[in-house]
Write a protein that binds this ligand. Sequence first.
Ligand SMILES: Cc1cc2nc3c(=O)[nH]c(=O)nc-3n(C[C@H](O)[C@H](O)[C@H](O)COP(=O)(O)O)c2cc1C
Length: 198
Amino acid sequence: MKKKMYFVWANPKKESLTAKIVNSMKKQGLENGYEVSELDLYRSGFEGSLEVMDHPVWDSKEQNYSQKVYDLFDEVKGSDTVVFVFPIWWYSFPAILKGYIDRVWNYGLAYGNGSKIPVEKVRWVALAGDTEQSFKKRDNDKYLEHFTINSISSYCGITDAKLEIIYDTLIFDKEPAGSEAYKTLFKRVNTIIDDLDK
Ligand SMILES: Cc1cc2nc3c(=O)[nH]c(=O)nc-3n(C[C@H](O)[C@H](O)[C@H](O)COP(=O)(O)O)c2cc1C
């Protein structure tokens, strides 16, 4: 049976660098024999705000979330690898991605009440407009690492979790497709996929 790779990504622009990275990594996943699927949060009609209907009832073993939550949880569960790709906004997630975690990696499904998310590995690929030096000046790399790896992945029971921060993304606005900078970038992100099976 093929291993499953599930991409969850967030960018309002269809032609964004985020989208290009997702495409490259998806292709690499397919080449490496994975069954690849994706949740393009912006173009799938996902509502990023947790409302009352998806708020956990903490003292109940039974939850009654909206069908959308169960459908999206069914999509992610059983994945060998989940890959999140997103631009860093205010040193964190775009709100729609935070909303995905709030609503879908929910109590009693992904954590809590004896649950852990049935996913083997998670990779977080975060795009920063800042240079590495500027980003690290206030320890924002450590902050994002803590948030993605400890606060979310480990909390939901995933021990094989890694974050890759791509710095200085704004240079790609001026780069032609196929340039050395793009080739180096795609090689780097595709290595994340290759390394899954090492
Ligand atoms: C609302 C907003 C907030 C941003 N905040 C940050 C930030 O905190 N740190 C950073 O390095 N870049 C920040 N950026 C720059 C984005 O990370 C950058 O635009 C993105 O990496 C470019 O990739 P894209 O073309 O896929 O959107 C921000 C951009 C926006 C629109």
